[in-house]
Design a protein around this ligand. Structure first.
Ligand SMILES: O=C(O)C(=O)C[C@]1(C(=O)O)C=C[C@@H](O)C=C1
Length: 326
């Protein structure tokens, strides 16, 4: 990324959970921040150079993967995930002053937010019709603009705090109190973030067709090299029925020998495999490395093969003692 000025875009407007994620990036508060109305627009701004990076949601602990993001980074001009951010999610119900819960006939919010408040809504506003919104904050701000056909919105508490024109009718209405959404900062290909020992690598692997055991082969590339997976999802490519790609997060950095070897294996099986990034984990968990999959073990193994090719003696001592023919 250029030194300065940095331009970030994010799923907006101000007050979204995505903006909260962006503000975790150390230089974001002082940078130029441009809201985008959806994930595709945000990523296109990165592709065409009008933004240096975009913060977008990728995974929710209740709802799972954010399809719009998974699909957008799997296709089109290549992008790279540069870092991740975790945001604890809690929702409030807001309306214009004077509205009572029993008055609500129509309610708007982002589809992921709605999915996380469904039980609460079933119990408390069972007859309210859901109107999809482009984000939680956009739904709330719509109430202030007046030109909307809904009476209430579900959004982050900060929107209600900063907008005196909104009344909070209910707090903590999420069905899962511990809900967390994972966001990623996406930029253009360039220098990779340094390995930290607590990293994640994201790849997109199109499933080879008409090949029995192809998925098993893909998983095996990670398993035999001791690489743990933290997320794997299949998504349709959109080309035709039955054509899928896998979006995978694996523990470790492409600079780690075992990860590089696993990715090379994926490329052999599925040459259209897309590397989406190696970046520091937000939770700081260190990658567990078995001794036989360490960088040192890979170096020793490669040196051994090199010796074989050069004609050097490569018989380990214990074999010569154990074998009567040695
Ligand atoms: O609408 C927002 O505030 C967003 O940042 C989007 C989003 C999402 O896509 O999941 C982010 C976190 C919440 O889970 C709900 C909505």
């Amino acid at each position: 990324m250029p030194a300065s000025p940095v331009t970030y875009t994010f799923l907006g407007p101000a007050g979204t959970f995505t903006e909260a994620a962006l503000l975790q990036v150390p230089d974001a508060a002082a940078a130029i921040r441009i809201p985008s109305s959806n994930v595709n627009t945000a990523l296109d701004k990165v592709r065409d150079g009008s933004a240096d990076a975009a913060m977008v949601p990728i995974e929710n602990s209740v709802e799972g993967g954010v399809s719009a993001t998974l699909d957008a980074i799997a296709t089109g001009k290549e992008l790279r995930i540069l870092r991740e951010a975790l945001v604890p999610i809690s929702f409030v119900l807001v309306a214009r002053p004077g509205t009572r819960i029993e008055d609500i006939r129509r309610i708007s919010t982002h589809s992921h937010a709605w999915a996380q408040c469904r039980l609460w809504a079933d119990h408390n506003i069972p007859n309210a019709e859901y109107i999809p919104g482009s984000s939680t904050a956009a739904a709330a701000m719509g109430l202030l603009e007046g030109d909307v056909h809904y009476d209430a919105a579900i959004c982050a508490p900060i929107v209600a705090t900063e907008q005196p024109g909104l009344t909070v009718l209910a707090e903590n209405i999420g069905d899962n109190p511990g809900a967390v959404t994972r966001f990623v900062l996406v930029g253009r290909p360039g220098e990779l973030p340094e390995p930290t020992g607590s990293d994640k690598t994201t790849v997109v692997v199109p499933l080879p067709e008409d090949r029995p055991g192809a998925l098993m082969e893909i998983l095996d590339q990670f398993a035999t090299r001791g690489v743990n997976l933290s997320r794997i999802e299949s998504r349709p490519t959109g080309q035709y029925l039955g054509h899928y790609f896998f979006s995978i997060d694996a523990d470790g950095h492409v600079a780690d020998a075992r990860m590089a070897d696993a990715l090379a294996g994926l490329h052999r099986i599925s040459p259209a495999t897309r590397f989406v990034g190696s970046y520091a984990r937000a939770d700081g968990h260190r990658t567990v490395v078995e001794p036989h999959t360490s960088d040192q073990a890979f170096r020793a193994a490669h040196a051994w093969v090199k010796d074989i090719l050069s004609g050097a003696s490569v018989v380990p001592e214990y074999t010569s003692k154990a074998s009567p023919t040695a």
